[in-house]
Design a protein around this ligand. Structure first.
Ligand SMILES: *[C@@H]1O[C@H](CO)[C@@H](O)[C@H](O)[C@H]1NC(C)=O
Ligand SMILES: *[C@@H]1O[C@H](CO)[C@@H](O)[C@H](O)[C@H]1NC(C)=O
Ligand SMILES: *[C@@H]1O[C@H](CO)[C@@H](O)[C@H](O)[C@H]1NC(C)=O
Length: 389
């Protein structure tokens, strides 16, 4: 664990001072005294000192265990970002992820695809895959130096996408991926890459709607894959209950931004804790990890209105509900983001434990007044308390 420090320790007093300076590398402890916790360092010292240090070391371990136990019960003063730490996932198929990246970089090398992230992604090809996911989307998380980078695509290989054979549409869409075309004529490899990207709704959302401030930042593209800001997945756990207040503020920040998007509220139809991520840049909001079910209001209503139906359930898109009208077509959306947030997130946290003094909780529970009124009251509260989200 601390093998680098062992040699320094042997060098004597000055070595000790230096070893202490390197303590941050010692994963077992996190304060300046962590020298005493490392068995490798202990072995380098004389026997009497060793015995004393062994005792101190054991105390140290006991303290850590006790502290770990306590911190499970009293994280209330903690920071959400610290607690939802990144843990590399076990049992992922690393060779599958490498196969996909190798195919992409081979295509880049052979001049078949392009993108501003390709050079960095393909430079050494020594990928440290920390997570990999392949279902309705392929997601590869890499550790690149000290940073995490996330590559996403709906399909693993660019050849899985049908090629669009319409040169006009490239011009139409070229503004969308400006780093790639930047005024110059587009090459065949740009076209191939672009045609795969524009077939992916999430890419278009991330690219076109950064103004929402609730989608992850798009960093670049390579072929059919797009690189997004790395987020810490927020998975609701029992012991977070002590952080309820903080989580509520994050939820309200996100909800506010959905409602404030230009003149058109964004409609989020896949509301769940697992879809929320923490971004290092934003202290008062969650970011939506998965953008497949986020629509502008007019887009959602165009998908709903006029759709044939026989019952209300036929008019459902995820959490977004609409009514089946008398002429057997769907209405526009009939429920609100607010209602879904209350049902699926806020009430899960607070249950019946709410007071009228908390305006956010009141917005979820004040069934005496209609939803328009509740939303207007909530907007007023936001403008006071969440002006800087
Ligand atoms: C992992 O991926 C490789 C490459 O696609 C594949 O050959 C192998 O069967 C996969 N292993 C598992 C356990 O799925
Ligand atoms: C309700 O609040 C009380 C006291 O604040 C707490 O002990 C209890 O666990 C809470 N119940 C739920 C469901 O959160
Ligand atoms: C809700 O209440 C407001 C007045 O506070 C009223 O103007 C509006 O029509 C009501 N909306 C519904 C859907 O009942």
């Amino acid at each position: 664990m601390c093998s680098e420090e062992v040699t320094k320790k042997r060098e004597g007093r000055r070595g000790v001072a230096r070893a202490k300076a390197h303590c941050k590398d010692c994963e077992a402890c996190d304060d300046a005294d962590c020298t005493w916790c490392c068995p490798e360092r202990l072995a380098a010292l004389n026997p009497l000192l060793r015995l004393i240090l062994l005792v101190i070391g054991m105390l140290c371990v006991i303290l850590i265990l006790v502290f770990a136990n306590i911190s499970n019960n009293s994280v209330s003063s903690g920071n959400l970002h610290d607690i939802a730490a990144v843990t590399p996932r076990e049992g992922i198929n690393v060779s599958r992820a490498q196969e996909i990246l190798t195919a992409l970089c081979d295509a880049y090398r052979d001049g078949l695809v392009s993108g501003d992230s390709c050079n960095r992604l393909c430079f050494t090809r020594k990928w440290v895959v920390t997570d990999y996911y392949e279902a309705h989307k392929t997601v590869i998380v890499l550790k690149d130096g000290g940073q995490m980078t996330v590559y996403k695509s709906e399909q693993p290989f660019y050849t899985d996408f049908p090629q669009i054979d319409n040169s006009k549409s490239y011009e139409q869409y070229s503004d969308m991926v400006s780093p790639m075309s930047a005024g110059e004529g587009m090459t065949q490899r740009d076209r191939t890459s672009l045609s795969t990207l524009i077939q992916q709704p999430e890419f278009i959302l991330f690219r076109l709607l950064p103004l929402t401030r609730v989608t992850p930042k798009l960093i670049g593209t390579c072929g059919h894959m797009y690189e997004v800001e790395s987020l810490v997945a927020f998975r609701m756990k029992g012991y977070y209950m002590n952080l309820k207040g903080k989580i509520l503020v994050h939820l309200m920040g996100t909800l506010k931004l959905l409602y404030e998007f230009l003149n058109e509220p964004l409609q989020w139809c896949a509301v769940k804790f697992e879809n929320l991520g923490l971004s290092a840049d934003y202290p008062k909001r969650f970011v939506l990890m998965d953008g497949d079910m986020v629509y502008t209001q007019s887009k959602l209503n165009s998908m709903l209105k006029g759709k044939p139906c026989v019952k209300d359930e036929d008019c459902r898109i995820g959490d977004c509900e609409a009514r089946c009208t008398a002429d057997l077509t769907c209405s526009g959306r009939s429920n609100e983001n607010l209602e879904v947030f209350c049902d699926k997130l806020v009430n899960k946290l607070f249950g019946n434990n709410w007071s009228r003094n908390n305006k956010y909780l009141l917005a979820c529970h004040d069934t005496g007044s209609n939803i328009t009124k509740r939303l207007n009251d909530l907007r007023l509260t936001w403008s006071w308390n969440l002006a800087d989200v």
